[in-house]
Design a binder for this molecule. Structure first.
Ligand SMILES: [Zn+2]
Length: 109
């Protein structure tokens, strides 16, 4: 990894976290602001692209919250290391772990 790669990587916020066999990301509903901690099992919920996609793996998730009817659709392209290459989201926005924790604390106080 070159120095340039390091700076490039630092600019992008990190939205996907690897925790053992799981990947975790955080989402906020754009309509009702409901917060989601979304878990993806590496062994059963990741799609391998076999060279057909942008990355080595893909995640495709639809989330429907308990507070409104809004559907949130998320697509991630991942590197072999499970790091994010790219994402698309509609119906909500991705949060970093820090943002999610901050919003959770606010809602609970
Ligand atoms: Zn909602």
């Amino acid at each position: 990894m070159g120095l340039f790669d390091f700076f490039k990587r630092e600019k992008k916020p990190r939205y996907i976290y690897s925790e053992g066999d799981l990947l975790v990301f955080f989402v906020e509903c754009e309509k009702c602001k409901e917060l989601f901690r979304v878990i993806v099992r590496k062994h059963s919920e990741l799609y391998r692209t076999y060279g057909k996609g942008t990355g080595e793996y893909e995640i495709q998730k639809e989330i429907i919250g308990s507070k409104c009817q809004n559907r949130i659709n998320i697509h991630f392209d991942l590197k072999p290391s499970y790091a994010e290459l790219d994402h698309e989201i509609s119906g909500g926005r991705l949060l970093t772990r820090e943002e999610y924790n901050e919003l959770m604390n606010k809602n609970n106080s």
